[in-house]
Design a protein around this ligand. Sequence first.
Ligand code: MG
Length: 406
Amino acid sequence: MTWWQKSSRLARPDRPMALHPCACDPAATRGRRHAEPPAPTRNDFQRDRDRVIHSTAFRRLVYKTQVFLNHEGDLFRTRLTHSLEVAQLGRSIARSLGLNEDLVEAIALAHDLGHTPFGHAGQDALNACLHEAAEDETATPGEPRGGFEHNMQSLRVVDELEERYPAFNGLNLCFETREGILKHCSRANALWLEAREPGGVGARFLAGQAPSLEAQLANLADEIAYNAHDIDDGVRSGLLSLEQLEAVPLFERYRRAAAQQHPGLQGRRLLFEAIRRMLSDQVYDVIAATRQALADAGVASVDEVRRCPPLLRFSPEMRQASSELKRFLMLNLYRHPRVLETTGHARTVVADLFRAYCAAPQEMPAPSTTAPSVGLQRRVADYIAGMTDRFALREHQRLTGLTLFP
Ligand code: MG
């Protein structure tokens, strides 16, 4: 059976799927932090997704780096196109498993809202700045602990920083969406969250519990998406070659199958066809392995899912193959000298901005009267984290007179 015949056994796009008993049901949501009347035409998870799409932070994702800096080329993924791809993969898998598509989509679209400009380099720089600064600042209530971490910041964006509603800060999303956004959390941050919101989104990290299947799915769809699109962008940029990728068993399997079925296929079309097959096979693998895991665990509710180890998963073989691909990308793409050179500049931009705004807060826009009250350093970090790559570069040039990126 070929890869495309297999697919017809896995999904029936012509028929709506019944929801799995372990799927999150919007009618049974644990609710919002601020009570709101229901919307007449949308359930709570659909409403969350729409709130994310209309947020300011979501629009900024279009000019935020995924791996390649935004100005390096028009066709590389940005945080926005990455988030759309995660949502597409998440919805597709959710539909086959009978999970809540709207919730997966809401989490996927929101999962990277807290990323700084310049990707992980920006996050690392901001984290270092806050840790150094913390020594001489007394903690202000209302500030997250432990430096800067993009998952905590994504939650902070939807809980505090968006200013769109008259009655509250943030987007006032449902517990289930917020839980999915907070995919990792240190113990210190979990304790801090738990003190503010007992039994809330920090509690599972203290109790060692899993999140909903929809949250687990958004997380795995993220990995499937970036593994695939970073191969594409890596080759497009010239930093990776098809020959180099022959050493990656997962990719090579599909490249060889595509070349066999289409003799003479080469270059970009061969690359796309191999990636397309890899994506499809990973989707089918997750669906089959998760169905099996759910059956083996004998779970019949969201609460039972939370008490199990993550059940939404790859098969052991695909898990290993995906991890090998991740290692390959780490060594050959994310640590490529050309990428490291730009991330070095990016760190400098963020650190310079942090110092400049702390020394001269009047260079930042004055906070609105309803903005959350935090210390100067957290305010600076929130401001920088919200910047797009190009706005950060313009501000850096304005405040230092330096041009680090030609
Ligand atoms: Mg992501």
